[in-house]
Ligand binder design. Structure first.
Ligand SMILES: [Zn+2]
Length: 144
């Protein structure tokens, strides 16, 4: 894995922060491999994803985005890969929320965010004719 992200461990090395503690668990050095895979928060997210894999498959096939192929075959690779990348992305966002917004990580919303990003990805890659859901942007301003 490329280690280019400004994790606490790297920032500490460059003298930019005083602590190299993981923002999510505050008990380990924040390297990218810790943050995304070894951290207790990351582990909890990966467990949820693993445990819900069957569920995700049926959700995707229910909304017509998953072609009914079996594990390891057909077009399953793409949503599964997207799911993993989105889990990593969600963890990075959660970490930044702790660092910059002082918002504690919430595993359920991390998981929900990962799923939402994945469904969005699959919708956009499989359904080119899919209409934008943002068409009802309200420009209404309550002036009182
Ligand atoms: Zn951690």
């Amino acid at each position: 894995m490329h280690n280019k992200l400004p994790t606490a461990e790297r920032l500490f090395r460059f003298g930019m922060v005083n602590s190299q503690c993981c923002a999510l668990c505050s008990s380990h050095q924040e390297t990218s491999s810790h943050l995304f895979f070894d951290c207790e928060v990351a582990r909890a997210l990966w467990e949820l994803i693993e445990g819900s894999f069957i569920g995700i498959k049926s959700v995707l096939s229910f909304i017509g985005l998953y072609g009914g192929s079996t594990l390891g075959g057909g077009n399953f690779g793409s949503p599964a890969l997207a799911l993993c990348l989105n889990a990593v992305y969600s963890l990075w966002i959660a970490r930044n929320n702790v660092v910059f917004e002082n918002v504690s990580p919430h595993i359920e919303s991390l998981f929900a965010n990962t799923l939402a990003l994945t469904v969005h990805y699959v919708e956009n890659s499989n359904h080119t004719k899919y209409e934008s859901k943002n068409s009802n942007n309200s420009t209404q301003v309550d002036v009182g």
